[in-house]
Design a protein around this ligand. Sequence first.
Ligand SMILES: NC(=O)c1ccc[n+]([C@@H]2O[C@H](COP(=O)([O-])OP(=O)(O)OC[C@H]3O[C@@H](n4cnc5c(N)ncnc54)[C@H](O)[C@@H]3O)[C@@H](O)[C@H]2O)c1
Ligand SMILES: O=c1ccn([C@@H]2O[C@H](COP(=O)(O)OP(=O)(O)O[C@H]3O[C@H](CO)[C@@H](O)[C@H](O)[C@H]3O)[C@@H](O)[C@H]2O)c(=O)[nH]1
Length: 330
Amino acid sequence: MSILVLGGAGYIGSHTVDHLCSMGYDVIVADNLETGHKVAVNKDAKFYQGDIRDKEFLIKLFQNEDITDVIHFAAFSIVPESMKDPLKYFDNNTYGMISLLEVMKDFDVKHIVFSSTAATYGEPKQIPIKETDPTIPTNPYGESKLAMEKIMHWSDVAYGIKFVALRYFNVAGAKPDGTIGEDHHPETHLIPVVLEVAAGQRDKLTIFGDDYDTEDGTNVRDYVHVEDLAEAHRLAMEFLRKGNESNVFNLGSSNGFSNKEILSAAREVTRKEIPAEIGPRRPGDPSTLIAASDKARKILGWTPKYDDVHKMIEDAWNFKSTHLNGYGEE
Ligand SMILES: NC(=O)c1ccc[n+]([C@@H]2O[C@H](COP(=O)([O-])OP(=O)(O)OC[C@H]3O[C@@H](n4cnc5c(N)ncnc54)[C@H](O)[C@@H]3O)[C@@H](O)[C@H]2O)c1
Ligand SMILES: O=c1ccn([C@@H]2O[C@H](COP(=O)(O)OP(=O)(O)O[C@H]3O[C@H](CO)[C@@H](O)[C@H](O)[C@H]3O)[C@@H](O)[C@H]2O)c(=O)[nH]1
């Protein structure tokens, strides 16, 4: 009974693998290392390097190992990149899902926990956003993930492959002991970019737009700690192992922070000046994304431990200040 974690060398995947190993689960990781780091993978997990679009690779993996559950992180996830190169996203994300489900079907593997996203909603009609709200993505990344959810739905109907889609909001933080964290090249996410400025690796932060219909004019996002997210994946996997039906859950803290608020929280945590300027809007950005996450709390029994954005920034800063150039593999 092994759990296969696809994309387990990435930011969220490595924290989830670490959590699963600490809970005594048998974990297999597969990752093509395009944006991930082998050193971030807990040593108790078995590692395979390969691409999920390579069916021969997947078939060998499912032949070699006794896989009962899949947790699927392996995808591209940068909103502005998807606006410039949508086909890259439909190929890796959406085609990757088809390749994976074909092999799961052939090997009779019936459980998949999937990294979905708040980007499936697009510009919300109401805040906080509920799982039943309309899904009209404003960028190809969100569209690729919504298509993946639909492909899983029909694979459940036809082949009985049960799924949990976890629509996460903005993920932040690092393992509090500072051993693993976020390391992307280049960084595009707000908190790691702000921390690169704090560390003197960038001159300034550019805030993308201050003319949105929000209190201070900058976008509002709901931040969730990566350690809480790791726990949610374990709970979702256990939910499927108990024989439950497929389901979709938001994962967020249900608190919104504007980009300006994140900047000032980072100034407090790091005690650095962090120069910033206002730039033009970034295409594809919805104005405000805040989760209603009571469904995950009620049905999965998820109880996030870290809903304070200062704690998320503090943990991210702890990793950053001890890994100035990330894991240093490149
Ligand atoms: N970071 C966020 O705020 C956020 C929010 C919502 C959803 N998500 C989703 O969570 C997942 C993980 O995000 P992350 O921030 O950890 O990203 P990441 O880039 O750090 O991790 C993705 C991992 O998947 C691997 N990978 C990508 N394509 C692959 C392929 N075809 N075959 C094998 N391995 C492949 C990469 O090498 C990397 O290790 C993604 O699916 C993303 O869409 C992230
Ligand atoms: O240098 C920067 C970087 C970001 N931002 C802003 O910060 C906010 C957050 O941006 P970012 O950290 O890039 O995250 P999102 O674009 O909100 O997307 C993240 O959060 C989504 C869920 O809400 C996930 O689906 C995506 O995978 C993940 O990248 C947005 O308003 C950006 O415009 C800036 O102003 N300056």
